[in-house]
Design a protein around this ligand. Sequence first.
Ligand SMILES: *Cc1c(COP(=O)(O)O)cnc(C)c1O
Ligand SMILES: [Zn+2]
Length: 411
Amino acid sequence: MTYELRCRECHKSWGNVPRSICDDCFSPLEVGYDYEAVHLTREQIAQRPSNMWRYAELLPLPANYHPSLPVGFTPLLSAPHLAKELGAKRLCIKNDAVCLPTLSFKDRVVAVALAQARSFGFDTVACSSTGNLANSVAAQAARERFKAVIFIPADLEPAKILGTQIFGAKLVRIAGSYDQVNRLCSQIADERNWGFVNVNLRPYYAEGSKTVGFEIAEQLGWRLPDNVVVPMAGGSLITKIKKAFDELVKLGLVDAKPVKFFGAQATGCSPISTAVKAGNTEIEPQKPATIARSLAIGNPADGHYAIKAIINSGGWAEDVSDAEIVESIQFLAETEGIFTETAGGVTVGAARKLYQQGRIAPDETTVLCITGNGLKTTDVLAGAYAAEPAIAPKISQFDKYLETECEELPA
Ligand SMILES: *Cc1c(COP(=O)(O)O)cnc(C)c1O
Ligand SMILES: [Zn+2]
């Protein structure tokens, strides 16, 4: 076994078991690897299929695991038009709006969690979710023949509810916030032999997020960026991108270099950015009130570690209002042709502020993590566009229409 669970604080080893908290000191557990035993070259990786499993040696997978789904390896796109508008020069987008199978980066974490769920002998998998995790667990459970029980706050976006039910998962709507749903799931996990991907399987699950970082480095030509801007809910993704970069340096796959980590939240649920701005290293929980439902975690499990990653790197955190989220979704769509969900609006809106504040320098290579797809949160755009009148299928009508309705179009 080349990996095991270790306590993040007291460093006690727990082997490989479905648990997420150290019983001795109540700190979170984290997967640790025997890096001496990992032998991996850029050439080996390059020969493998274009999906996240190309980094299998750096993921906690059961021996002889054969993945069946090609998850990840989403495009890293240069974003010249968005860059120009933001006053930036070297701006890239990591586009997990098109991650397969369910169009968010959560497919990466679920893929790793289900690999472990199988090896621990669970036949039912479960999760507490702000939406995208629900979709991903439901879809991958269907494919991998697990039963799935999905717990969500009752008032999630319709597309995320339907996008869970379609896969035949049992959906349990809870009249409460995500934080209440999550607490309930911890209690259920103590009673039932279910694999909760983000509760008892959480340390394994979270490692899947590292693949975003591995891919960014590989797609930049095995170089680390100067800055990354990452949306934060529980605060796990941002810490795992950092862990990925650190591992690549440790294995000699990229040259060491300082990378600044910038976190993005919605102002209506901003426990992490609020702490960063106030110079606190601990989270003060909030009651979420934002359209960015996928980021609406008021008491983020990895908040403390996200703050540390941000501050120690020389980065910063910003947050944006609901109106700015909607504008930023439109802005990204109009400049780069990418339709992201509310979390992506948060990332773009925060990036705009960070450039304005001079916290990100224009010449530096900056990657924005777009983590989810806009077709899942169309409700936030209700009323944003006028219903166009229907015209008769006649050239005369079209000419007249152009004259009267579309003054901006070229003749
Ligand atoms: C869950 C989620 C995040 C945040 O992930 P954490 O690791 O919990 O911080 C970001 N974007 C989207 C679209 C998500 O669904
Ligand atoms: Zn401990």
